[in-house]
Design a protein around this ligand. Structure first.
Ligand code: ADP
Ligand code: MG
Length: 386
């Protein structure tokens, strides 16, 4: 095995552990393998897509302390591919092996109320919201926030799950709360945005980077398509990047983070509203696999392993399309498209609403950011990490 004098730097041959075995874990594992790491996966679900591309896997529940410790002992560094991991699971692992991004990032982002409290404390813009624990809270919140709102469970939401849009015509408060399983929730004002964008930022102990901003099209609250470059003004783009960087600095974050935002050009005072923070690689960053020199997956691995960050430079315009459910049955047609790269996750059944793969279509580059160094005045200064 190769060695490194700096104990914060993982040499090739080290073991990278990943909590979660979905497609994000699979693509992280493939990227790690390319750099010579061995990958161990921990996931409760049988037949997880990441198991097939890893050196070893643990298929066990997140509260199995023995298995968690065994996994942790086998790894040199551990990361995760989704944020709905019980904090106790991460505590057990990090008592043995470092986990990055750390438990603080997870605690903030796995609960929409914590996330919004964190953003508000850091003077970052979010949609007007109120905490909802019961039907009285909900009635009060509806009164305060108006009749175009969205009820969101605080935890475990993804792809629009645990969310209900409310208007004056919808069900009465007790019914709506029951529909999301009477979980603790927030009510949020519906934002009349022009477009959704995301910023992929990357932070290591001493570097801060970002990818070009992309534009996201959702269908039924699920990401359908991502397009780069986003058609937004350069000064808005800069604002969005600064906001996302601020989040990583305030959290003392290490790794790749995706920040989803609503772009509302008509609102001159507040053209950008932060919707969601993902403390991990993200579906809206899949375009980087084929459109950039180093993609989000490899750069996440580089950041957590103490390596220099790779170039985030984009060499093509890209349209990324998610292949959802039975879309995947047309794989042969996609495979024959010479302008596109096909990615298939190896899931057994193409169930409705299930992400089965994606297609990145490359187009000629129409815009590229200025060479690094030319925008130095705008880059937030790093505080030394503790
Ligand atoms: N306050 C809002 N106003 C308008 N649309 C919203 C709002 N919140 C969510 N949405 C829509 O629903 C999608 C999914 O919501 P999000 O909060 O990102 O949850 P998820 O965790 O499911 O991604 C968003 O990408 C957006 O299209
Ligand atoms: Mg989202």
């Amino acid at each position: 095995m190769m060695e490194c004098n700096d104990k914060n730097v993982m040499a090739p041959g080290s073991v990278v552990g990943i909590i979660g075995g979905g497609q994000l874990g699979r693509m992280l594992a493939l990227a790690a393998a390319r750099l010579g790491f061995r990958v161990h996966i921990y996931c409760a679900a049988e037949n997880s897509p990441a198991f097939e591309v890893a050196a070893k896997h643990w298929c066990a529940p997140f509260d199995n302390k023995q298995q968690l410790q065994d996994f942790a002992n086998s790894c040199d560094i551990v990361t995760y591919e989704f944020e709905n991991i019980p904090l106790e699971t991460v505590r057990v692992i990090s008592a043995i092996t470092p986990v990055l991004p750390d438990i603080n990032a997870l605690n903030i982002t796995q609960d929409r109320l914590h996330e919004r409290a964190f953003l508000t404390t850091n003077s970052l813009p979010v949609a007007p919201f109120m905490k909802v624990d019961n039907k009285e809270d909900l009635a009060k919140a509806i009164g305060r926030l108006g009749n175009q709102t969205i009820l969101k469970s605080r935890r475990f939401g993804y792809d629009g799950k645990g969310q209900i849009a409310l208007s004056s015509a919808t069900l009465s408060p007790p019914d709506v709360l029951a529909e999301i399983g009477n979980q603790p929730a927030i009510l949020e004002q519906k934002i009349n945005f022009d477009r959704e964008i995301s910023v992929l930022v990357l932070r290591s102990a001493n570097e801060l980077e970002n990818y070009d901003i992309c534009e996201n099209l959702h269908l039924n609250q699920m990401l359908r398509r991502t397009r780069v470059p986003a058609t937004i003004d350069p000064d808005i783009e800069q604002q969005a990047i600064l906001m996302a960087q601020e989040i990583t600095i305030a959290m003392d974050y290490v790794g790749l983070m995706a920040v989803e935002m609503f772009y509302c050009p008509d609102n001159e005072e507040q053209p950008l509203i932060i919707n969601e923070i993902a403390p991990r690689v993200h579906n809206s960053g899949h375009w980087t696999q084929d459109g950039c020199i180093i993609d989000q997956f490899e750069n996440h691995i580089r950041a957590i392993c103490g390596w220099p960050l790779g170039s985030t430079k984009r060499h093509n315009d890209v349209v990324m399309t998610n292949l959802i459910g039975e879309d995947i049955l047309n794989w042969q047609e996609y495979a024959g498209n010479t302008d596109s790269c096909l990615h298939i996750y190896g899931k057994k059944e193409p169930r409705q609403g299930r992400k089965m793969g994606h297609l990145t279509t490359l187009l000629p580059l129409t815009y590229s950011k200025p060479p690094s160094g030319s925008d130095e005045n705008n880059v937030v200064q790093l505080k030394p990490s503790s």
